[in-house]
Write a protein that binds this ligand. Sequence first.
Ligand code: SF4
Length: 690
Amino acid sequence: EQGQPDHAVITTCAYCGVGCGLKAEMKGDEVVRMTPWKDGKANRGHACVKGRFAWGYATHQDRITTPMIRRSIHDPWQPVSWEEALTYAASEIRRIQSQYGTHSVGGITSSRCTNEETYLVQKLIRAAFGTNNVDTCARVCHSPTGYGLKQTLGESAGTQTFDSVMHSDVIMVIGANPSDAHPVFASRMKRRLRQGAKLIVIDPRATDLVSSPHIRADYHLALRPGTNTALLSALAHVIVTEGLVDEDYIQSRCEADSFDAWKAFAMRPENSPENMAEVTGVPAEQIRGAARLYATGGRAAIYYGLGVTEHSQGSTTVMAIANLAMATGNIGAEGVGVNPLRGQNNVQGSCDMGSFPHELPGYRHISDEQTRQQFEQEWGVRLWPEPGLRIPNMFDAAISGSFKALYCQGEDIVQSDPNTQHVTAALSAMECIIVQDLFLNETAKYAHVFLPGSSFLEKDGTFTNAERRISRVRKVMEPKSGMADWEITCALSNALGYPMHYNHPSEIMDEIARLTPTFTGVSYERIEALGGSVQWPCNEQAPEGTPIMHVDHFVRGKGRFMVTQYVPTSERSNRKYPLLLTTGRILSQYNVGAQTRRTANTHWHAEDILEIHPHDAEDRGLKTGDFVTITSRTGETVLRAEVSTRIQPGVVYTTFHFPESGANVVTTDNSDWATNCPEYKVTAVQVQKV
Ligand code: SF4
């Protein structure tokens, strides 16, 4: 603590998808402390250790505050003026386009930036660069959610408010560890569990939800990594064959043909719990018990995380979850639903804002002529009608020589994306990389232009959390570099010759509202009038927002069941790589740690640890604290081991918060069949004592 505050500003946490309202208590332009905002609707007066200390990174000595350029990545950085940096970046983009073609360049938006900033980056790429080669870091986390929920329910978003969990009788948590990754929501969920709600946990690892002093899961289905779809097929089999489907709901709310096809699929003997017990490692009786509880235990809600999406069948599993919820009538009311727990604060928002290469804001396909014309009229340009490259396609194209320049805002792709060697080979093959970030991160080692970005405390805007809640981000201090991220994107666009002028981020939101049907009622005035946040859709039909979706009918009309056949991942363990590695997060650190490693949080946890079961440790002569090499088909790194029964035999677990260990050195190029979301959760490895 640095003294008594003289004023306070209410803003929104820039870390996880809970999107807590925070009160920045200030003395002059210095933050004295951050406390939870008692009126925040997402957090109801609570905040976790990450949010409370988040201001530390904003004022950290590692912040870069001057633009820099260099002709070669082997040269030292040269500090230059904003004008020189932006002119150089723009001239390099245009040089490369004239030499290699319009589509030889692209950009990546960040879920850590505001909606307004994300919107501007995709506008810059589409309108000023003239290509749809724009993608978001959501590609590597929740892109299967966007695909799977759109296919089945008609909208790429979670169905509930966080408060809804207080009405649930049964809570199913799949591939998520909310106690560490979404702690404030986890507290609310645990309150409901202590009141008597039943709990099913589907996870290879025994998170604290499985067993802690006041919480004990009724079922922990500790499946083998990579078998989610098989397990969900077995749950569906029990629900169908034991007559536990909600026939009335299905008849009135869902497509009959798709239900019939799904029912026939679910009934197949291959999907029986007995058969899938072999595949998943979960005893058949546990599967039967969990299915009965979910279908008959009252209002049942599913919460899921990256343990669902980051698989070769990530999209399939999301659809399998939606199938279960529709089959049991668990969508469209309080206490039920399908709820993706978003890893970053603005994953939902970055997707809403048109960051995917095939979609304009509001999830409308770039090939749709009417939609394109609307944007062309507003933006005053002709838009390319075909989808652009996804992030992994950009890397592949760079290596094959057709993709030459990248604008990367707020994302450390070298540390966060899978198969680090492939990523760095792609970056090394490009001629111009523009990194916009707070710090000289791992990706900046390959960059030619560094544009110093701004933290969440240095700008106005909005974030959209996992419950579709658009919350205001408010400036508490001036940008350290002189420009907020939205101003940098505008300046780069102007340097490229495509004019972009806004006096304030509220004007950007007004433009978003003009162009996006689910946002037509959103403005800063409306958000203030509604107490600082609103859940989209917010439009003429729902002027005060939409807490629960799909209430009378699904967004797509009738709910659509999808056949979700289990297909094993090609990543297999064998004698050389006998263990399966899966990854996750811990409470005090956040993603690649660029922010939390520069706050007081590092006092609690200062390195990535490899969890290994006592049997596997004994085989290798390991004890807690030993250093080990972890080797996969793609690479090798060194970590400290912790012997733990939280993880099952044959499986090891680590986090990816520290560049020194760089867990993604060992992860592979395998990805979801529909969206290319990487299969971070299954890597065959060997572990040996150093
Ligand atoms: Fe809230 Fe998540 Fe921020 Fe913690 S990290 S304060 S739970 S938004």
